[in-house]
Write a protein that binds this ligand. Structure first.
Ligand SMILES: [Zn+2]
Ligand SMILES: [Zn+2]
Length: 163
């Protein structure tokens, strides 16, 4: 539980530094949003502030985390650091005994920010559909055999290996 204690000040700063594993175990318990090949590792850090201008309350800040996943194209395992920002109005009905629980906010922000595809890099070349070779490691033999040698200089210019 990530609870921010709200005083009478206009701005309340907060900082949480949690083990990603325990945060996700507790928060995503009955939730299968993340597939088995996606896992947050290391620390999850949340920094922000709640600003109370007397009529409304705004919460804003950012989440730093590290995700481990299997690339959807080349099927190798990869990790990336992620930073996600949030900025929204606090539903004051959710404040109990001067405490505001930001767990759901963090969870929703993380879910909304995940890409549709998990890629090891934006230009991942994936696997050859014929031989299964990871094309990030270089061309396979499948495409080479039938190329007109007169085209070779052009292919070399385009950065295709093997000519
Ligand atoms: Zn990949
Ligand atoms: Zn191939």
């Amino acid at each position: 539980m990530l609870k921010v204690s709200l005083g009478k000040d206009v701005s309340t700063q907060f900082h949480f530094d949690e083990s990603a594993e325990s945060f996700f175990d507790e928060t995503f318990e009955d939730d299968d949003f993340f597939s088995v090949s996606e896992k947050f590792v290391g620390r999850i850090e949340i920094d922000g502030e709640i600003v109370n201008d007397g009529t409304s309350m705004i919460i804003r800040g950012k989440i730093n985390c590290r995700k481990k996943f299997v690339c959807d194209r080349c099927l190798t395992s990869a990790e990336e650091n992620q930073v996600h920002e949030f900025d929204e109005e606090v539903d004051t009905a959710e404040i109990a005994d001067g405490l505001f629980d930001i767990t759901e906010l963090v969870k929703d922000t993380l879910i909304a920010a995940q890409p549709i595809q998990n890629l090891c890099k934006a230009d991942c070349r994936g696997l050859c559909p014929t031989c299964g070779k990871n094309l990030n490691d270089g061309e396979c033999e499948c495409n080479k055999t039938k190329i007109d040698p007169r085209l070779a200089p052009m292919l070399k210019f385009k950065g295709i290996d093997g000519f």
